[in-house]
Design a binder for this molecule. Structure first.
Ligand code: IMP
Length: 199
């Protein structure tokens, strides 16, 4: 049985609620394949440089873990947490620091690892925050980019996938803290019957 099929048949394992269903947008295998390419691109730009990865909690956790293992060379991690979304799917546009970095980034080659670029307001806030700390290099890698939704004038240096304007969950991304554990990137749909569709 394929990974995609195994991961898309059990409703109860996935914690779905009535009225919510998911449709696979990017299967895990495709994500992993793309991460290999991204890691190659990043290492081409920074061949011998120790890279300090900063994951934006919590959505980037799987992305960072998988990307870090593809990068090779010297890699360290740190995490920070900001809130830009309350419960649900609409952004308040407000960005607040919830958890600061553990170690200084001064003089380091920093790679910010974000799950998704939507309005861009979070990344705009983060870039200003990091730039003040004087890293040697500051680059951004995002797994997903919803270009249509952009408000702030920001872009990632490395992008996994450009996706349409749909609310996505899985592979770390959540809706009300749920669905992060889905292996695939899925579109969350609201309807009268809870079910899991596979493509
Ligand atoms: P931005 O500030 O609007 O670019 O939003 C960035 C943050 O919003 C991401 O790091 C996610 O936490 C969240 N977000 C935006 N779009 C989605 C989505 O489709 N699914 C889940 N979270 C999302």
């Amino acid at each position: 049985m394929s990974e995609k099929r195994k991961g898309s048949t059990s409703k109860s394992r996935r914690g779905h609620r009535p009225g919510e269903s998911v449709r696979i947008l990017i299967p895990n295998a495709r994500v992993r394949q793309r991460l290999k390419q991204l890691a190659r691109e990043i290492r081409r730009d920074f061949p011998n440089e120790p890279l300090h990865l900063i994951g934006v909690l919590k959505g980037s956790v799987f992305f960072l873990a998988d990307l870090a293992r593809e990068l090779g060379g010297e890699v360290s991690f740190d995490f920070l947490s900001v809130s830009s979304y309350g419960k649900g799917i609409d952004s308040t546009g407000e960005v607040k620091l919830i958890k600061d970095l553990d170690v200084s980034i001064e003089g380091r080659s920093v790679l910010v690892v974000e799950d998704i670029l939507d309005t861009g307001l979070t990344l705009k806030y983060l870039l200003r925050f990091f730039e003040e700390k004087k890293p040697k290099h500051l680059r951004v890698v995002v797994l997903l980019d919803k270009v249509e939704r952009r408000i702030a004038d920001v872009r990632a240096d490395y992008t996994g996938f450009t996706i349409p304007n749909e609310f996505v969950v899985g592979y770390g991304l959540d809706y009300d803290e749920r669905y992060r554990n889905l292996p695939d990137v899925c579109v969350l749909q609201f309807g009268s019957r809870a079910r899991v569709k596979s493509e």
